[in-house]
Design a protein around this ligand. Structure first.
Ligand SMILES: [Zn+2]
Length: 116
């Protein structure tokens, strides 16, 4: 079976100790509680209950966030990102060109209210 670490099966949950560790240390100073889902690393900075954390992982769909078909969304979809859950917003964060960081925040409540 051919395996490609950079493009693991979407939806598959991997163990900690991943390609994200360096980036997590860079952003947070240490490795926060997180779950790997496909190309994404869900980071829980709001100390959720185990049930909420499991639910985030189970229901995570990248195209619920990166849904406007712009170039930036496409990069996040193609390459994955860190997704930071802070209790109110969800912030997607990825390394850009050179040492830049690309970041976009989502407010799930506002999104639910405006969905049509
Ligand atoms: Zn977009």
């Amino acid at each position: 079976m051919k395996r490609n670490a950079a493009h693991s099966d979407p939806g598959k949950i991997e163990q900690a100790g991943s390609r994200w560790d360096d980036e997590l240390k860079e952003v947070f100073g240490s490795i926060p509680p997180h779950d790997i889902v496909g190309l994404y690393c869900l980071v829980h900075t709001d100390s959720p209950s185990p049930a909420i954390r499991r639910d985030r992982v189970k229901t995570f769909r990248p195209d619920n966030y990166f849904d406007c078909h712009c170039d930036m969304c496409q990069i996040f979809l193609d390459q994955g990102s860190i997704m930071i859950y802070d209790g109110s917003d969800v912030t997607a964060l990825r390394r850009g060109q050179g040492s830049t960081i690309e970041m976009v925040s989502f407010n799930p409540a506002a999104k639910a209210a405006s969905s049509n």
